[in-house]
Design a protein around this ligand. Structure first.
Ligand code: PLP
Length: 412
């Protein structure tokens, strides 16, 4: 046996480290633009009105208010509405979908990586450069034999999507059965998504080369404020890849779905993994393998959050309130983007900040350097990721001018 005491010390996870550093900073004017969590206009956590309504329904319901174990796959009524939320009313004669409840989006990414590493055994997994840092870690731990390749995504010069670089990498370096992770909408950390035409052309590359798309859907409804709109890319891939039947398609596609952000249920850990297979692919084997992985890891998923999500999505009145909640969150972030741009550009020699308003979702990739980020923290008590990503939810009418003045000071 090895000596536990010899375990090498790893660096802290940056996202969580920033939050801790921020909390221990005694300066009253400090601002957190680090964590990817929504905050209201007073920088407070927001419990969605739709979730408050769902809570009271769950508490009053005999069927939903108990503490029994769920089945290994999770709460079936939840899985059904979750699947419909992301895939819409799809044509069930071309494909079928296996759904498993997971520990939020992270658990879904992890289950997917484990399952694909064992049953698809791809040579490579292609991950966008940059991406949510956990993608690398998850694939490293769950699928250590799969080679990680970064595909170009962000062009720092133009502050736009490097679509040509991305496509040519997938065309030239990816081979049949390779997995490609795609952010379904509101790409983290860049806030830049492909246009519909670009998604259309990507879907053709996946189809022709039989690449396996792995959609990470952590922000449905958060990007535009409309969950239908935000699901467009996933639904388009689903339609295009499976419409021709077997032979001309990849072996499948999958989706890691999170309800952390769009329902404000961060700590409840509600998510789902959906595996889409062509209609004539037998599903009993793959499904039994998924259940085996869940059994070994968590036996069965937690109850409370999935009951809330089920209630929101299945009750038309509460669902309508949720749509309103989404519009409110996305709308506030959009407003903050233009205020921040305006305030920064009031200063001289700060350059063009149009990217703030053209990017979408909770994050903006500011283009600030590591040194500038450090100065923002040391001199102005403003905390953000060292790659220059800001979470706009930490900004509001009260602090946006201070943030803008500080950014102007470090870039001038
Ligand atoms: N995927 C992306 C791209 C994310 O940004 C996040 C959260 O920040 C997640 C997945 C998963 O989050 P959670 O496990 O809280 O659902």
């Amino acid at each position: 046996a090895a000596r536990i005491a010899d375990a090498p010390i790893l660096p802290r996870d940056e996202a969580f480290a920033i939050t801790l550093d921020f909390q221990s900073d005694p300066t009253p004017e400090k601002v957190s633009l680090g964590a990817g969590v929504y905050r209201d206009e007073n920088s407070e956590p927001w419990i969605l009105p739709s979730i408050k309504m769902a809570k009271s329904v769950v508490e009053r319901s005999l069927d939903l208010n108990n503490h029994e174990y769920l089945p290994i796959a999770g709460f079936d009524p939840f899985l059904k509405v979750a699947r419909e939320l992301v895939l819409g009313n799809y044509n069930t004669s071309n494909s079928h979908v296996l759904s498993i409840q997971t520990i939020s989006g992270t658990g879904a990414n992890h289950l997917g990586a484990l399952f694909l590493a064992q049953q698809l055994r791809p040579r490579n997994v292609f991950i966008s450069d940059p991406t949510w840092g956990n993608h690398f870690l998850i694939w490293q731990t769950a699928a250590p034999h799969v080679i990680q390749e970064k595909y170009p995504y962000y062009d720092a010069q133009t502050r736009a999507l490097n679509f040509e670089g991305m496509t040519s990498m997938l065309e030239n370096a990816a081979t049949e059965g390779d997995v490609v992770i795609l952010h379904a909408c509101a790409h983290n950390p860049t806030g830049i998504d492909p246009t519909r035409d670009q998604w259309r052309s990507l879907a053709q590359v996946f189809k022709r080369k039989k690449l396996f798309p792995f959609f990470d859907s952590a922000y449905q409804g958060f990007a535009t404020g409309d969950p239908e709109e935000d699901a467009w890319a996933v639904r388009h891939f689903h339609e295009v890849l499976f419409e021709d039947g077997p032979g001309n398609t990849p072996q499948g596609m999958c989706i890691a779905q999170s309800f952390a952000k769009n329902m404000g249920l961060y700590g409840e850990r509600v998510g789902a993994f959906h595996l889409v297979l062509p209609q004539d692919t037998p599903s009993t084997g793959p499904y039994s393998q998924l259940l085996r992985l869940v059994r070994a890891e968590i036996s069965n998923p937690p109850l409370y959050g999935c009951r809330l999500v089920y209630t929101v999505l299945s009750n038309p009145t509460i669902r309508a309130v949720w749509y309103e909640d989404l519009r409110k969150m996305a709308g506030r972030i959009k407003g903050v983007r233009s205020m921040l741009k305006q305030e920064i550009e009031k200063h001289e020699n700060v350059g063009d900040w149009t990217h703030l308003t053209s990017q979408i979702g909770m994050f903006s990739f500011t283009g600030l350097s590591k040194d500038q980020v450090q100065r923002l923290r040391d001199k102005h008590h403003i905390y953000l990721m060292s790659n220059g990503r800001v979470s706009l939810s930490g900004a509001n009418e009260g602090n946006v001018k201070c943030i803008a003045d500080a950014i102007a000071e470090v870039v001038q």
